[in-house]
Design a protein around this ligand. Structure first.
Ligand code: SF4
Length: 353
């Protein structure tokens, strides 16, 4: 099953996210009066299909981690819905939630600090089984041994401690721990960024093999566009708490349409020393999520911004084949923006004449 066929063949929405928001209150003064909100995630709508890898890309601080934590129910959203296989995860509590948690697991970025150095690897990998009362000690031992072998570790290494393993092996331990409950979906949070370049491809290929064998679904969070391109079927681009573009991988890399995506992709190195750099350098700093720009959050750094960009939040526009873009260059105000761009080009030309 290759990546494209998996998306095309199996369009069952495993995870549906609707209007998801997380606003953290900002409090000041002795009486801790509410002074505003950090809008870490500001209204996300997204479907993740069974068997696909959906990439989530954006600069640090754009809300990727807060978004992942809400999916794991580590933090509660301010608003919105998370529907896993038809069931709203936000309306369940207690035993039901405990059971549901098995279906979403996470592989963390740093395999060095995520593993308890005092525990043997067998105990680390078995922990989710113990929490979910999987079975007898012998059954747990058997499951741990099988899962270790699935991720390329030997079962006889189970009694060792984390410091006896290399970085790549430690990430395999983390993967085994994420797999042990046979989840439906795994959130991979920058799973290779802390590893040596030489072993990154081994871990990425392992994740692909496991996905094929177990028909797993991945949400793959990264700022590394080469890794995203290698791993993902579809890609969502995030800026200041909102998804600004969503498309299949091939379409996005061929036809990036949101000015932010264009700037991000222009920074990918080209393996040709004679090729002219077309890098788009973004001006200005990333605005604070405490007081993000009105309308389009990207407008303070966008070369195509016009007054409407400050006044109206761009709607999501399908520019063909499910390629969604949130920008006024498309949709209702497209003509207005293009006329303004043509006029300013003309005025520039007259000034130069
Ligand atoms: Fe730029 Fe306006 Fe599009 Fe935002 S909506 S990306 S400011 S053109």
């Amino acid at each position: 099953m290759n990546m494209e066929s998996s998306t095309a063949r199996d369009q069952h929405e495993l995870l549906q996210i609707r209007g998801l928001k997380k606003w953290f209150p900002v409090k000041k003064g002795i009486v801790k009066r509410k002074k505003g909100y950090v809008k870490a995630v500001d209204g996300i709508d997204l479907d993740i299909y069974k068997g696909e890898t959906l990439g989530l890309v954006g600069e640090s601080g754009c809300g990727k981690t807060t978004f992942s934590r809400m999916l794991l129910r580590l933090i509660d959203p301010t608003d919105g819905e998370i529907i896993l296989d038809g069931q709203n995860m936000l309306s369940i509590r207690g035993k039901e939630l405990h059971k549901m948690r098995k279906e979403i697991q996470m592989i963390f970025q740093d395999p060095y600090s995520s593993l308890n150095p005092k525990l043997r690897v067998s105990s680390i990998i078995a922990e989710p089984l113990v929490i979910h009362k999987y079975g007898s000690k012998a059954e747990i031992r058997k499951k741990v041994a099988e899962t270790m072998e699935d991720v390329g570790l030997r079962a006889d290494q189970a009694r060792r401690y984390p410091h006896e393993f290399s970085g790549g092996q430690r990430q395999r331990i983390m993967i085994a721990k994420a797999l042990i409950l046979d989840p439906d979906i795994i959130l991979c949070d920058e799973p290779v960024s802390a590893l040596d370049v030489s072993i990154r491809s081994q871990i990425l290929n392992l994740l692909k093999d496991i996905q094929r064998e177990r028909e797993l679904t991945y949400l793959f969070v990264s700022h590394d566009l080469s890794v995203i391109e290698y791993m993902c079927d579809r890609i969502a681009v995030m800026y200041l708490g909102r998804i600004v573009e969503l498309s299949t991988r091939d379409e996005l890399y061929k036809n990036p349409s949101h000015p932010y995506t264009q700037a991000l992709l222009s920074g990918i190195p080209v393996p040709d020393p004679t090729a002219k750099s077309k890098r788009i350098i973004l001006t200005g700093d990333v605005p604070s999520p405490v007081n993000p720009p009105s309308g389009c959050h990207f407008r303070t750094r966008c070369g195509a911004a016009q007054s409407v960009c400050a006044e109206r939040v761009p709607e999501s526009t399908d520019i063909g084949g499910g390629h969604l873009v949130k920008c006024h260059l498309f949709g209702e105000f497209a003509d207005q923006l293009r006329d303004a761009a043509a006029k300013s080009k003309e005025e520039g030309g007259m000034a130069n004449a």
